[in-house]
Design a protein around this ligand. Structure first.
Ligand code: ATP
Length: 309
């Protein structure tokens, strides 16, 4: 099997005039994965992806996509990659499904067009021209166009932005099927829950660099601790609780009768220790909750910003 990554970017620099959009960015995307590139507005995601697609030439650094140079080897690379552009790339007067059939015919082993139309809910758009489709339909058509040729690598720019929950789920299922088929999928998204659910790996980009990389679990595990909260009578003796907890765990009374226990890792044993102590102490822990860090928390900590600004 392939050991070479699908995408390898090293020290990428891209400037627009005096503005440095990408500032020494390193990115590796393993074959067969669904990988997200996340970052606040203006972080340099689109510039990076467009450089990988061969639409922009790096000012410095190297970019290899399926082992090829996206600019010098564009003719060999283009048939092997699928690109979903946020807007454009489509003739507005063309009929939606005809355009998809046409694109499918340009490839040796396309996906089944009827099945793709059905699963993305594009059946009713058959003879409608692109410009008359709703925003969500245009979006789903752009996704279909990117993957119908069964590419080895698909770049999907915000594939679910603005879609209703049903279309969003259909898109996730399609991405999961592509992955099962061995397709490498690179997505940019503003939805952190989406990245958490569908991605094997996440790269957080800020100020033109990748500042964190790993699986969603790895990113959520690092850094700050998970916590357990419960309510009970005010003024409990937390010293005796701390004695039964492992080293490094901490218990505090945040407000009278409201308690928090922090520990890394927060595992089922720790929950049992806390509830065991409650039982010994004759305390009924009310509103007992365990909060794991979400990717949203990690993102905020690293960038100091919300993803949607
Ligand atoms: P968003 O989430 O808003 O799409 P992004 O992470 O994709 O942002 P880029 O679009 O790559 O970020 O932009 C990075 C920086 O480069 C931004 O400050 C942007 O204003 C600037 N920029 C992007 N394209 C151009 C251009 N053609 N000319 C000048 N500046 C540009």
């Amino acid at each position: 099997m392939h050991t070479q990554p699908a995408v390898e970017v090293a020290g990428l620099v891209k400037r627009y005039g005096t503005k440095t959009a990408v500032d020494g960015l390193d990115l590796t995307i393993a074959r067969g994965t669904v990988t997200a590139v996340l970052g606040p507005n203006g972080a340099g995601k689109t510039t990076t992806i467009e450089t990988c697609e061969g639409y922009r030439r790096p000012d410095a650094g190297t970019v290899r996509v399926l082992g090829l140079d996206p600019v010098a080897d564009a003719a060999r690379l283009r048939p092997r990659i699928g690109v979903m552009l946020q807007a454009g790339g489509v003739y507005p007067g063309a009929r939606a499904v005809e355009m998809l059939r046409h694109t499918a015919r340009l490839h040796a082993h396309p996906l089944d067009v009827d099945a793709l139309v059905e699963r993305l809910g594009l059946g009713s758009c058959g003879r409608t021209t692109y410009r008359r489709l709703s925003g969500g339909q245009q979006q789903r058509l752009a996704l279909a166009m990117a993957v119908v040729g069964r590419p080895e690598l698909a770049f999907l720019d915000e594939p679910t932005a603005g879609l209703d929950p049903q279309a969003r789920r259909a898109t996730w299922e399609l991405i999961a099927d592509l992955r099962r088929d061995g397709v490498t999928v690179v997505v940019t998204t503003h939805y952190l829950d989406e990245a958490e659910q569908i991605c094997d790996a996440v790269n957080i980009v800020d100020h033109g660099r990748v500042i964190a990389t790993g699986s969603p679990e790895e990113l959520c595990r690092g850094g700050a601790e998970s916590s357990l909260h419960f309510d009970g009578p005010a003024g409990l003796d937390l010293g005796s609780l701390t004695k039964v907890l492992p080293d490094g765990a901490a218990a505090v009374e945040l407000a009278p009768g409201s308690y928090r226990v922090q520990a890394t890792p927060m595992d089922p044993k720790l929950v049992a220790l806390v509830t065991g102590w409650c039982a010994e102490s004759g305390v009924l822990p009310e509103k007992l909750t365990v909060q794991r860090r979400s990717l949203e928390d990690v993102f905020l900590e690293l960038t100091g910003r919300e993803l949607r600004s």
